[in-house]
Design a protein around this ligand. Structure first.
Ligand SMILES: Cc1cc2nc3c(=O)[nH]c(=O)nc-3n(C[C@H](O)[C@H](O)[C@H](O)COP(=O)(O)OP(=O)(O)OC[C@H]3O[C@@H](n4cnc5c(N)ncnc54)[C@H](O)[C@@H]3O)c2cc1C
Length: 470
């Protein structure tokens, strides 16, 4: 148990605020974008810089106190109970090198802030569907980007990171220095330390075409069948996805779509209007859209492609990688979640992988010549199935049961794995292991035993270290 001398020792070692339960700042420092999750650590540090993170982890190691980390709480799919929570939102350093096409960000930077700085140079980072998400939390989870089929996972393009390991040491980590740690931190989530800064590649974007088409949910079978036929005709510069949405009567939903069951096709394409229109033409003809926003767009409007909620909400989620999206897979998914089903979920999403997402980072010459393979698993899958529902009474239990039920019923179509950023609430060890291939998981267990032998970083998608040899 922590006594006041312990807390004073922590306060003396750091520059940022040390906050205890019951103090007025506690709610703000522990607040998560996923408001269904209420963190209850024993103490929070609002880290002011990387040295604060190192000092706090060292303090926690000395006191054998578990450590967790949060910047935005977008990934707060389980609550933190006890221990030290390090809030990194104040780590806002941001540097763009337009010549080298790289960015270096502190662990509190969100994708939107990065884009606002990089887009004027004609460069973008590999963010996901919402730019409100933190760069670091997303990237250590692999990072499945909007432009994924063109460039691969965000983790594939990390150049270096500053990381505080469980012994409190602040290390500069890249392909030359501690290559195995560097490799496993890119996709292995926060299992081996707390990242304080990340350096990664940016990509040129000259013309950009994107947006969404919303169709009546009653046409879901026709649209999904057409989507399946259409996908192989697309170049890798085009990244589409499709979702079934049961839209609530809430502010983030455009008024005409409230309380409706719809199909939402999302489309991001590195090209001009003429080519974008030509690629989308077959999907525009398939049903009568209720809304069509696809066209040339300023890259800073990229959030309009997925239209993810911008304000905090209570939600729960789950995901599985699919082997295919063939006739049987589509029919089973529609029976479970389509028109006429009793599916209570807000979103049932299908994101195709393929293109650069299916190729290991090393096999893309010229992209990152010194790359060591990262921990992103699941490149052999064809699609990601992702499920999201509201975690609020009175439907919370029905939503959780529905996610479990759909994942179980779709298991014959799944590779058996998922992506850690889309895993949802982490369950037992076997469930958490679903986020990595067996080979990567074994490497992670061995590295966990090396870098976190006391299992200090044990919250969320944490794995257990391999027992010491002999
Ligand atoms: C609306 C929405 C859209 C999303 N879209 C996508 C998408 O398109 N593609 C995709 O891949 N993911 C997506 N995600 C998932 C998202 O990438 C993860 O939830 C990610 O963990 C969020 O990171 P964060 O730092 O914002 O969240 P936080 O909740 O602050 O952090 C989540 C976890 O990330 C790890 N982490 C955070 N900071 C650090 C650090 N400094 N060092 C080490 N580990 C750290 C920890 O394990 C932490 O528990 C989306 C999530 C939401 C809510």
């Amino acid at each position: 148990m922590l006594v006041s001398d312990d807390i004073h020792a922590l306060s003396r070692a750091v520059g940022g605020p040390v906050v205890l339960p019951g103090s007025p700042e506690f709610a703000e420092e522990t607040f998560a974008f996923n408001v269904a999750t209420v963190h209850r650590p024993d103490v929070v540090l609002g880290a002011a810089d990387a040295q604060d993170v190192a000092a706090a982890v060292k303090w926690a190691a000395e006191h054998r106190i578990p450590v967790s980390v949060q910047s935005t709480g977008h990934g707060a799919d389980s609550a933190i109970d006890g221990g030290l929570l390090i809030n990194t939102r104040r780590l806002q350093d941001l540097q763009i090198d337009p010549v080298e096409r790289t960015a270096r960000v502190g662990a509190g930077v969100k994708w939107r802030t990065l884009l606002e700085a990089s887009v004027p140079h004609g460069l973008v980072g590999l963010h996901g569907s919402s730019t409100d998400v933190g760069v670091v939390g997303y990237t250590v989870g692999g990072g499945l980007p909007v432009l994924g089929r063109a460039h691969g996972f965000a983790a594939d393009h990390v150049r270096s990171m500053d990381i505080v390991t469980a012994d409190g040491a602040l290390r500069r980590n890249d392909a030359d220095a501690e290559a195995e740690l560097f490799s496993l931190m890119r996709g292995g989530k926060g299992n081996f330390g707390i990242v304080t800064a990340l350096e990664f590649s940016l990509f040129p974007v000259s013309e950009f075409y994107g947006g969404g088409i919303i169709y009546p949910g009653a046409d879901a079978a026709t649209i999904l069948a057409a989507f399946r036929q259409w996908l192989p005709t697309l170049p890798d510069d085009a990244s589409p996805s499709v979702s079934l949405l049961r839209l609530p009567d809430m502010d983030f939903v455009p008024e005409p779509l409230r309380n409706q069951f719809v199909v939402h096709l999302r489309f991001a394409f590195l090209g001009n209007r003429e080519d974008g229109d030509a690629l989308l033409a077959p999907m525009r003809a398939v049903s009568t859209p209720l809304m069509d926003t696809a066209g040339p767009m300023s890259y800073l409007d990229v959030d309009q492609i997925h239209m993810d909620p911008a304000d905090p909400l209570p939600f729960t989620e789950g995901g599985a990688l699919l082997k295919d999206f063939g006739d049987e897979t589509v029919a089973d998914l529609l029976e479970l979640t389509g028109d006429g089903s009793d599916c209570p979920l807000l979103l049932v999403e299908i994101r195709p992988l393929g293109g650069a997402l299916s190729r290991p980072a090393l096999s893309r010459p010229g992209v990152m010549p010194d790359a060591v393979p990262d921990a992103v698993s699941g490149r052999d899958a064809a699609f990601l199935l992702f499920l999201v529902g509201f975690k609020v009474p009175p439907i919370a239990e029905a939503v959780a049961a529905s996610i479990r039920g759909i994942l179980a019923a779709m298991a014959p179509h799944s590779t058996g794995y998922t992506l850690v950023n889309f895993h949802g609430e982490p369950g037992d060890e076997a469930d958490r292991a679903r986020a990595w291939s067996p080979a990567v998981y074994e490497r992670m267990r061995s590295a966990k035993a090396t870098y976190d032998p006391g299992n200090l970083l044990r919250f969320g998608h944490a794995i257990t270290g391999a027992p010491a040899a002999g």
